[in-house]
Design a protein. Structure first.
Length: 117
């Protein structure tokens, strides 16, 4: 069972992702409301996969991806964001994200992206 850390500043989005992931056999081992919390929780629980929003307070998702990848070059991170413009997708991938899903997302798209990791 893959262990996942869900990072998003919107509590309803974290809850929605958690419910979807758990009903499909994933274990959500942590949640983070900003990039700094995501980085600290990543170091603490070492999940298999991270889902990361871009726009979050204190530390955005792009910066958090860079910090996590610096800590663990093998980290598997998927961006899930409403910021689907090309520049954000490019920044996320350059930072080290393995994929990008635009909100609102469909369950099959998220599951397909996670299965490719």
């Amino acid at each position: 069972m893959k262990r996942i850390l869900v990072a998003d500043d919107a509590a309803f989005m974290r809850a929605s992702l958690k419910l979807m992931l758990e009903k499909n056999g994933y274990e959500v081992v942590g949640e983070a409301e900003n990039g700094m919390v995501a980085f600290n929780k990543y170091k603490e629980i070492e999940p298999d996969i991270v889902t990361m929003d871009i726009t979050m307070p204190i530390c955005d998702g792009i910066k958090a991806v860079r910090m996590i990848k610096e800590y663990d070059k093998n980290a598997k991170i998927i961006m899930i964001s409403s910021m689907g413009q090309e520049c954000f997708v490019k920044d996320a991938v350059l930072a080290g994200a393995k994929g990008f899903i635009v909100k609102p997302f469909k369950e099959d798209i998220v599951l397909n992206a996670l299965s490719k990791l």
